[in-house]
Design a protein around this ligand. Sequence first.
Ligand code: NAI
Ligand code: MG
Length: 358
Amino acid sequence: QAPRSYRIASIPADGIGPEVIAAGLQALEVLARRDGGFTFEVAEFDWGSERYKSTGALMPEDGREQIKDFDAIFFGAVGAPDVPDHVTLWGLRLPICQGFDQYANVRPTKILPGITSPLAGVGPGDLDWVIVRENSEGEYSGNGGRAHQGMPEEVGTEVSIFTRTGVTRIMRYAFELARSRPRKLLTVVTKSNAQRFGMVMWDEIAAEVAKDFPDVTWDKMLVDAMTVRMVKDPKSLDTIVATNLHADILSDLAGALAGSLGVAPTGNIDPERRYPSMFEPIHGSAFDITGKGIANPVATFWTASQMLDHLGEPAAATRLMRAVEKVCADGILTPDVDGTATTQEVTDAVCEAIRSEN
Ligand code: NAI
Ligand code: MG
């Protein structure tokens, strides 16, 4: 029987993106060789800020067309010190997420063995969450404008868009995901006291969708109170769903509470599988450590594991995470998580753990 073959579009882009994507691809290669049941065919796309500086665009006009038939997208980070952040974000990552309707942004967070949370007395097992971020509309729908630019009477608007279709589909996704996890526990986050329209609609739709999931326990939190609960009572949370903006912020907090942004992964998922989904570390291009060889590759390994799950290779996905957890537990860690190892040393250790596991 021929091995299953997956076509991956790799977009390392800027800063430490190429460093961590190279690490992730090495681990995937070792996994495929070890497993024997599947292979990868990787095509690299040199899109990003350098391309912007030489051509005026981060990706080609027909960029999405070029990658739409791949099985998945493996993305590094985008952002350069000398290009405005709204240009880089809207020039590459958001056109892919929105154009491919990757409406579910899934962000697992847990404290890996060997990694210390900044929360006193909180260790592995005490914090094990998945944050589901609405990824297609809300506060980041790009709806707004500026009038009278530079004048004293200048106006800027940034209008959130919440649609019944958009909210219902993310809510259903979150309830399904909560149901698939042992605790079957979902927290719905809004700000429906101060924001009386879109957010109240979220709450109403949550209650409607909940009726189809009688086996899932759910509760509601206001986003400000949620930050307190994440810090004070992390064990009380499991699956979390929130809007594009709220979940963006909460998941950075989650990453920090789990020890470092350098370990936090994310999947931009099209649950209907009409388009390729995109897998990336949560972190950005980290100018402060670019080129030093010390970027933490764990977030990228973890998102590679999410990608394997999505592709239908759960055994390899689990094997990769077991290897990462072993290496972390052995103390082979980069400086952001209080270690002294380099990106390559962590990567070599993970590859070795994959090879030597029985
Ligand atoms: P950042 O995530 O790049 O860095 C924040 C801090 O975390 C820095 O001190 C950095 O050294 C550290 N850090 C991040 N990833 C790490 C890793 N793998 N290993 C060790 N340390 C790590 O966020 P920042 O500094 O706010 O943004 C830098 C650039 O990245 C900006 O241009 C921003 O727009 C862009 N960005 C892009 C994202 C993406 O492509 N998805 C996400 C976030 C920011
Ligand atoms: Mg963010």
